[in-house]
Design a protein around this ligand. Structure first.
Ligand code: SAM
Length: 242
């Protein structure tokens, strides 16, 4: 049954708050579907319409009933559709995840289902003194991927600071993906400097990005905090901490 129809029909039960809660729940089901479809490779596999048998093979599925359940949720949320026994992607969000900016959108979903869910799930016990668990560092690479979303806004602000300055040496503390360094270089090609991060996985991501962007002569990525730098690394014209 169509999920939207099922939720609408709950109105007749006249249980105060139920309809609104179910509307919210519908959003949560969609987020969880997209998470599972992304992580399992289903979204990628459906870049081309695919029948069930091909999906089982492509995704190396051993428990086919779970794939069937996932496909059903995909259909119910209208993220997927099926025609002539072939499944394809219908929903705007799932389509966007396969698009050019998809990696950062996928990272938003991954953070929401993993880190943020865990934080709320464990909050009560932790408030009562249970050991604090995983911290943000453990999803540093996911945070670094989704915080690139802010790039266009930050770029405007950066432009006013770095345009026409030559030379321009930058220290980016907590550099994440390194996108800030790239933005600075886009605005001012004289810019050079250092990206610093305490998270090993993030440092790896930033280092790879700097290589991909062809900026290895301009920027170095360091693993560590501010105390890991020496005086000879500076001075800096701009220090960012975002
Ligand atoms: C919210 S993220 C922001 C990343 C990046 N600046 C951006 O806007 O995408 C904060 C980053 O700071 C790093 N970090 C936290 N404490 C740090 C410290 N003491 N020194 C350097 N980096 C740190 C984290 O590992 C994380 O990658």
């Amino acid at each position: 049954m169509n999920l939207k129809y099922a939720i609408t029909s709950l109105r007749i039960l006249k249980i105060s708050g139920l309809y609104h809660l179910m509307k919210d729940w519908q959003v949560s089901v969609r987020i969880h579907f997209i998470f599972a479809a992304y992580e399992s490779g289903l979204l990628k596999a459906l870049n081309q319409p695919c029948d069930r048998k091909t999906l089982i093979k492509k995704l190396e599925v051993k428990r086919t009933e779970l794939l069937d359940a996932l496909l059903e949720v995909g259909l119910a949320t209208k993220e997927l559709a099926v025609k002539n026994e072939k499944f394809f992607i219908k929903g705007k969000r799932s389509k966007a995840i396969l698009g050019a900016d998809g990696d950062m959108l996928a990272a938003v979903i991954q953070a929401s289902v993993t880190y943020y869910s865990d934080a709320y799930r464990n909050l009560t016990a932790r408030m009562h003194g249970e050991e604090l668990g995983e911290n943000l560092d453990e999803i540093g690479d996911i945070v670094a991927r989704f915080s690139k979303i802010t790039e266009p806004i930050i770029k405007e602000f950066l432009a006013s600071l770095v345009r026409d300055k030559s030379p321009m040496t930058v220290l980016d503390v907590g550099c994440g993906s390194g996108f800030l360094l790239r933005s600075i270089h886009d605005i001012n090609s004289n810019a050079n400097g250092i990206g610093l991060d305490t998270d090993k996985a993030v440092v790896e991501q930033a280092t790879n990005n700097i290589i991909t962007w062809g900026l290895t002569n301009q920027f170095k990525i360091h693993h560590g905090d501010i105390y890991s730098l020496s005086e000879k690394n500076g001075p800096f014209d701009l220090i960012s901490l975002i």
